[in-house]
Design a binder for this molecule. Structure first.
Ligand code: GAP
Length: 460
């Protein structure tokens, strides 16, 4: 990361190169909604693929799940979301703008007020003159009130209260309500986990910072069920695993830290929560992912509300218990912003500025570009054949237009780790030039070894 990375720069870059667009842009856009373009979707898929590979496929104690977004409304009663999934909303009477009361207070005074009651927040706002409406400087605020973040809709044609349903605000509850199904159908034994990725929705009062906080976003969550008493050890284990996941994918350690939630600020279900935070140059330290010890709260709540027995019978000891849950919960949108910011570099090369995305090859949208030095035959056919050979393995790009230097620069910006150039000598010596994105070094290798060599360097 260089000092020059600003949010404006990243947003403009993402649009120019087809990573992320403002949603519905031709209609003026809609706040907090974004679309992933051709390069963006490849990168986001790679992030999700890496998470799934490491969390599910490489383990024999985790299975996957894809639960519905619209669940039975009782789920949200049992989980506590209906009564407690609120942000504190304050409205400025002068500008008619609405703000998150805790953010407004924190930004004006530096006080930490998350978790305080609406009454307490109202009192602070009323008595502290430093707290002003950021738009017009006014101090005419309505009393703070809780605002539930769940999106409501209706099932069926009748918009009646009995038909109200919610878009899930987290994927986690899908795992808890399927705990028994998974136990009965997949021969898992505690300790084991259920992993899921998919869309979640929150009617955030103040979304912002591009794809960092949006109202529609994706989550990647693991609910790992453990025997009570072993939970603290498993917590440490998953904290370490998740930390290593980020660093093994190239995220700069200096921009990562752990943040321990103070005991008095923990969510209602949590015994301990530690966030893995990333230092975004435009917003400082911010949560990338939270690791929570959710205890037996959710299973017990669902057992009580559904009447189902959600205990686990341990055949080895003959004992039954409700497992504790360790939950690493992150989101690919926010991770993608961190990986992009971390990899974005502008450097001087021979008097010119080179913009390069030094992404880990596993995350790079395009893994290799095949660049024939000329459009003419027979060079073009040799290059096309190589492209055909590689493209089944991963995303490959074929580019035969423009000066070769320009073509390299385009791939540098896209984060493509390898460019393979086919030239006139290839016809004689059956070799091609492989250029490394980061070092810009070039190596001549036999054309029939390209597939294996690249595979080793990308996935090795
Ligand atoms: N099940 C626990 C849970 O949902 P969370 O900290 O609210 O915990 C987990 O969310 C992760 O989901 C966050 O660390 C973040 O990566 C992502 N996330 C949450 N809200 C988001 C939003 N509005 N926009 C983008 N990502 C979000």
């Amino acid at each position: 990361m260089t000092e020059t990375v600003t949010m404006d720069k990243i947003v403009a870059f993402c649009k120019r190169r087809g990573f992320v667009y403002q949603s519905s842009e031709i209609y003026g856009g809609i706040r907090s909604s974004y679309d992933y373009g051709p390069l963006g979707i490849e990168m986001k898929r790679n992030i999700k693929e890496e998470w799934w590979r490491r969390t599910v496929h490489m383990r024999d104690d985790v299975v996957g799940l894809d639960a519905a977004i619209i669940m039975h409304p009782k789920v949200w009663e049992a989980s506590g979301h209906l009564s407690g999934f609120n942000d504190m909303l304050v409205e400025s009477r002068s500008s008619k703008r609405r703000y998150r009361a805790d953010h407004l207070i924190e930004e004006a005074t530096g006080m930490e007020v998350e978790g305080l009651s609406p009454e307490k927040l109202t009192e602070i706002i009323d008595h502290d003159d430093r707290i002003k409406d950021p738009v017009d400087g006014g101090r005419d605020f309505a009393p703070v009130r809780p605002f539930n973040l769940m999106f409501e809709t209706y099932t069926g044609p009748v918009k009646a209260p009995e038909n109200v349903v919610y878009l899930r605000p987290e994927t986690a509850q899908g795992m808890f309500v399927n705990f028994k199904n998974v136990l009965q159908t997949s021969r898992v034994k505690v300790p084991f986990g259920i992993a899921q990725m998919g869309k979640s929705f929150r009617n955030e009062i103040t979304p912002g910072n591009f794809i960092f906080r949006t109202r529609e976003f994706e989550q990647m969550e693991l609910e790992f069920f453990v025997e009570p008493g072993t939970d603290e050890e498993w917590f440490e284990y998953w904290l370490g695993e998740r930390w290593n996941w980020y660093t093994s994918l190239g995220l700069n350690r200096e921009n990562l830290r752990r943040y321990e939630h103070p005991k008095d600020k923990l969510s209602h279900y949590s015994k301990r929560t530690v966030d893995i935070e990333y230092y975004f140059p435009f917003r400082g330290w911010s949560e990338l992912e939270g690791i929570a010890n959710r205890t037996d709260y959710d299973l017990k709540q669902h057992a009580a509300f559904s009447g189902e027995n959600l205990t686990y019978f341990d055949q080895a000891t003959g004992q039954s218990y409700v497992p504790y849950v360790i939950e690493p919960a992150g989101g690919p949108d926010r991770m993608m912003l961190a990986f992009l910011v971390d990899a974005y570099i502008e450097e001087e090369v021979r008097g010119e500025t080179r913009t390069v995305l030094k992404l880990h090859p596993r995350l790079a949208p395009i893994k290799a570009a095949v660049l024939p030095l000329t459009k003419k035959e027979p060079v073009a056919s040799v290059a096309r054949d190589l492209y055909g050979e590689l493209k089944g393995d991963y995303r490959v790009f074929y580019d035969d237009s423009g000066a070769i230097g320009r073509r390299y620069r385009r791939q540098d910006e896209a984060g493509t780790p390898f460019c393979v150039t086919v030239d006139f000598d290839t016809l004689e010596d059956k070799q091609v030039t492989v250029r490394d994105r980061d070092t810009m070094e070039q190596e001549r290798i036999p054309i029939d070894s390209v597939r294996e060599r690249l595979r080793a360097r990308i996935y090795g």
